[in-house]
Structures are given as structure tokens and as C-alpha cells.
Design a protein around this ligand. Structure first.
Ligand SMILES: C[S@@+](CC[C@H](N)C(=O)[O-])C[C@H]1O[C@@H](n2cnc3c(N)ncnc32)[C@H](O)[C@@H]1O
Length: 246
């Protein structure tokens, strides 16, 4: 069987779970996903970018965190969230409007499209971030090389690429619990809350089978990126990688 996913109904899955996506994230990471995205946003802002692209933005949590953290400086970077799911982007726009009513944050533009063919010129962004999205682009995906090449193209030379993603824990005992949780708990409870068990079965399986940090580093280096830093969070279940376009 062809295990690649070019014909996989990924877009439909996300468009189906958009309304409960944030709630399920908070619940199943015990609220930790907020802290992890904040760390990724801090890493992204460390190079003082004037333009940031958030790929697979979903409901916009990462780019909104970048917006919040950059607000006090008064130097507003150009912020763009990019995703191929109309429903996820609608939710992102709704959240942005709501937040903008209570807080002063830089404007965020949300653009719809596929990472495989982005409507941005070469070197358009000082920083590109992706939180819990890269495994959609590279895990069992026949367009993996194309996705990485497009990311490399839209990033300026010396620009940072920040990745937050699930990771296969190295510690065997922790990996046992991690796998148990992803195999027997998340697909069913996520399915129950969202009404789409298939989507959560995919999310859990791709998390469980995703790469180690070493494999991820090798993949990025193979695509031409240089690794700036890498760290593991939540006992090795999550990785935060900082790469750059050489
Ligand atoms: C797991 S969600 C991550 C959302 C968000 N970044 C977060 O931190 O929670 C993955 C997102 O990637 C989007 N996506 C998957 N493949 C894509 C592609 N090839 N092009 C654009 N968006 C894609 C989906 O629509 C979905 O919103």
C-alpha cells in the first residue's frame, strides 16, 4: 500500500475539527501547549525579525503569541499566518478580532494556501515558524521535499526557521506511557469531543510515529538548513528546533 499522503483527506480533517481544536489541545497537553508555543515565539523574536510567517497556522495560536510578545516593543513586525483550511483560518481571524478588541497587538494577515506552492517571493520573510504542523508536511508525505524547498525559498538568507513538534521520546519507560496515551486515549477522547475519531486517530498516530530530534535535524540539514539550536520539552515528547537558511 502506498503510505504517502498526497491523496489523504487532511484538509477535510482539519476543517472538521476547527471548532474544538483549541479545547482538545489544552486538555490533552494539560495546558502545556500554550507554554511551548510561547517558548517558540520567544525563539522566533530573538533575531528581531521584521516579518514572520507562521506556516500551518491553524487557529493562529503561534502567530498570535508572536503578536502579543512583540507588542510591548512597539516595533510591529509584519505577521502572516498561512494554512490551507478555510475553516481553521476563519477561526484564527475570529480569535484575532476578539484579542484585538482587548489588547493592542500588531495586525496579523491570514492567507489561505498550500505550503507546497506559496504565493510569496523568494526571501520574503526574516523568520518562519511552524508549530505542530511540520509532521503534516513531511511524515509519510510524498510532497515532503517540495514543502521543505518552498520553506527554504520564502525565508531570507540568514533567516530563522523555528519548529515546535511532537517527538519520539528516547527514554523507553516514558515512551511506553507516551505511546499508550497516544494509542488508547487521545484518538477516542479527541474523537468524542470533536466528533471526528478518524482525524484524531491520524493526529495521534502521526505524533506517535514521528521522528526523533536527531532524525529531524538530519532532514533539515538535508534540505539545506543549518541547525542553530535544539531542545527537548516535556521529557522528550516535544522538540523545539531553531534552524537558519545558510
Ligand atoms: C496540527 S494543526 C497545527 C495548528 C497550529 N499551528 C498549532 O500550533 O496548533 C496543522 C495545520 O496544518 C494545516 N496544514 C496541513 N498541511 C498543510 C499544507 N500542505 N499546506 C497548508 N496548511 C497545511 C492544517 O490545515 C492545520 O490547520
Amino acid at each position: 500500500m502506498d503510505k504517502t499522503r498526497s491523496d489523504f483527506p487532511l484538509k477535510d480533517y482539519y476543517s472538521d475539527i476547527y471548532s474544538t481544536y483549541d479545547r482538545v489541545n489544552r486538555l490533552f497537553t494539560f495546558g502545556k501547549d500554550v507554554t511551548w508555543r510561547r517558548k517558540a515565539a520567544r525563539a522566533c523574536l530573538r533575531s528581531d525579525p521584521s516579518s514572520v510567517l507562521d506556516l500551518c497556522t491553524g487557529t493562529g495560536d503561534f502567530i498570535l503569541e508572536v503578536a502579543r510578545l512583540s507588542a510591548p516593543s512597539g516595533k510591529y513586525p509584519l505577521l502572516t499566518g498561512y494554512d490551507f483550511s478555510t475553516a481553521m483560518l476563519e477561526e484564527a481571524r475570529r480569535k484575532t478580532d476578539l484579542i484585538s478588541k482587548g489588547e493592542q497587538i500588531p495586525p496579523v494577515t491570514f492567507t489561505e494556501g498550500d505550503v507546497a506552492v506559496m504565493p510569496f517571493k523568494k526571501g520574503s520573510f526574516d523568520a518562519v515558524g511552524i508549530t505542530f504542523g511540520i509532521r503534516n508536511l513531511v511524515y509519510e508525505n510524498s510532497h515532503a521535499a517540495k514543502h521543505l524547498a518552498e520553506i527554504y525559498r520564502v525565508l531570507r538568507k540568514g533567516g530563522r526557521f523555528i519548529i515546535l513538534e511532537s517527538c519520539k521520546p528516547e527514554n523507553r519507560i516514558w515512551r511506553f506511557f507516551h505511546n499508550f496515551y497516544l494509542r488508547f486515549i487521545l484518538p477516542y477522547l479527541g474523537g468524542l469531543i470533536s466528533g471526528n475519531t478518524k482525524a484524531y486517530r491520524y493526529l495521534a498516530k502521526s505524533s506517535r510515529e514521528y521522528y526523533t530530534i536527531t532524525e529531524m535535524v538530519a532532514m533539515l540539514e538535508g534540505a539545506g538548513f543549518g541547525i542553530v539550536s535544539g531542545r527537548l520539552l516535556f521529557m522528550g515528547s516535544v522538540m523545539l528546533l531553531e534552524a537558519e537558511k545558510k
